[in-house]
Structure formats: C-alpha cells, structure tokens
Design a protein around this ligand. Sequence first.
Ligand code: ATP
Length: 350
Amino acid sequence: MALTEERVLEALRGVLDPELGKDLVSLGMVGEVRVEGARVDLLINLTTPACPLKGQIEADIQRALKPLGAEAVRVRFGGGVRPPEQYPIPGVKHVVAVASGKGGVGKSTVAANLALALAREGAKVGLLDADLYGPSQAKMFGLEGQRLKVDQNRRILPLEAHGIRVLSMANIVPPGQAMIWRGPILHGTLKQFLEEVNWGELDYLVVDLPPGTGDVQLSLAQLTRVSGGVIVTTPQEVALIDAERAADMFKKVQVPILGVVENMSHFLCPHCGKPTPIFGEGGGRRLAEALKVRFLGGIPLTLPLRESGDRGVPILVQDPEGPEAQAFLQAARELAAALSVQTFLPLPMA
Ligand SMILES: Nc1ncnc2c1ncn2[C@@H]1O[C@H](COP(=O)(O)OP(=O)(O)OP(=O)(O)O)[C@@H](O)[C@H]1O
C-alpha cells in the first residue's frame, strides 16, 4: 500500500505525548505532513517549546512510521502549540451539549424538542447538529435539501424553522462524506461551524453531539466554552452503562453536567393513556443520583413522537399541549434552572 499523508496521520494517532498521555493528532501537535515516495517530512509543534521529551517523541514517531514503509523520516519541532482555543461564540450566551453514550436512544429527538421548549419559554435558541456522521436535524425540522445563505461578511446564516435557528451538517456536506473524515478534518469543520456562522443573539445554542465519546466531543470542548452537558439515556441497564461513559467524557473535558433526560421512560397507550414501563423504571433517576446531577425528566415513548420526527414537524409544534410536549417543557425548565445554578454557583468539577 502506498505511503500517504492520511496513513501517516493515522499512525501518528498511536503516538502519545509522554507527559499528557494523549496522541499527537488529538493534541493538535501535527503541524505539517509531507510525503514523497518513502520520505516523510513532519513538523511537530510542542506543547511547551523547551520540551525535555523531544527525543522520546521522535523515537516513537520513527517506530510508528517504519511499518508503513517509510524509509527516511525527518521530524522538525516547532514552537509551542497553542493552548485549546476556548472562547465564547459571539452573541451566544450558553452552549448546551446534548450527548448519549450510544446511538438510537433518541438524543436528536430530545435535543430538537428541548431547543423548541426553551424557545417556547421565551428564549432565543439555536440548534447545531454536530452529529457529523448521521445528521438528522435537517430532516427533523423539514429542512432537507435547503441551501444556506451567507451574510455580507460571508458568514453562514443558519436556517429558521419553528422559531429557532437550525444548522445541520446535512445542509453542507453530501450525505456520507463525513464518515471518512479523520480527527483533524472533523476538528476543522467544527471550528468553521462555530466561527463562521452568524447565529445572531442567542440565549442557548443546543448542540446535538454524535453518539458515543469520540473526536467531536473533544473538539467541541476545546474550541468553545460549553456551559453544560445533558445526557440522554433510556431506562435499561445496558443503556445506563453507556450513559456513564458519556458522563466520564464530559468530566474529562471539564464540561459540567446539567442533568439526565430519560427518553422512552414508559410507553403511553394511544387508546387508554395508560403508561407501561417497557424498559424498566427509574434508571435515569438512579443515574442522575449516582452522578450527583439533576434528573431533568422522563419523556414517554409514543407513536406521535416517532411519526413527528420522521415527518419534519417536531412534536412540540405538532401537538404543543400533548403529554410529550409537556414532558419536554418540564425538562427544559429544569435544564434552564440547572444552567443558572451552574452559572452563578458553579460547583467544583468532580
Ligand atoms: N420518546 C420517543 N417515542 C417514540 N419514538 C422515539 C422517541 N424518541 C426517539 N424516537 C424515535 O427513535 C428513532 C431514533 O431517534 P433519534 O434519531 O432521536 O435517536 P439518536 O439517539 O439521536 O440516534 P443517532 O444515534 O442516530 O444519533 C427516531 O425514529 C425517533 O423518531
């Protein structure tokens, strides 16, 4: 297999900065990669210019690239890598990240309806679909295929739907393309999303993260100040274990957890209205207790909720007085309360 820049980058993901215990790519230390035949030229930016571990890093790089067929590897070291850029997004008061430990628990449904519920409570709200691998918000809001416009400063203008501003990867990148992106490209794309979008004035920017605990989560926390994270889970034990992983991820990147939303808490019978706890009871609440965070609320499993997402009209708009909407409004109020406590009485990070 030919030696390519991509393969070199992939191999560098296996080389750790000895002090920080993280790989060179995630740390943003790889400044330049050039490949010519079997020759590789690298620029590695050090986290501290006078790094005493240069020699070890170089030896580890040589070792990692040998098996790829690299014959001459030249490593140049550059001055200090910039510390993670953490700045607020202009005009945005709070960034709230919605995460789940695994796919399919209804994270996107919850993010969309929480955003709408916050707007119904009187807030100005934006929704960023950062689920680059499986963006679903454009569909959920009936915005598929819509073209984005730019303002006079060439900043992207989010789309508007049901009173909130929505921007989804699906409006920018052809479906499937993000699947093949590696960490640095994802990082750059997210950076662009955050920097080059004119959100206007927002009280809350709700970010729908990809499921799991990968590069996007790390990048988001590095690129901007996230006020807090919300964890979505279903009540089953297996889902709760994954949800704990999402909590660990927030802790690692020092994002305070605002609370837990339990989706599919119980099945609400469309005929008699009787709730049935199909996936067990109390799991979300127990998780919140174990994490010492708020239980934001439970969302029922209902047919209209499933259908509304697929039709492009979220349940909060389709049936604003229904039991699902009430559950989302309650969770949004709890979320807003948790956020104000966090902002004015920040708890020390665990
Ligand atoms: N409470 C609910 N009641 C009924 N259907 C639901 C509920 N929550 C989510 N769904 C449905 O389950 C499916 C998956 O939901 P969603 O896309 O929100 O999950 P996700 O966790 O974001 O998934 P992904 O891993 O793809 O990001 C969708 O069809 C959605 O309409």
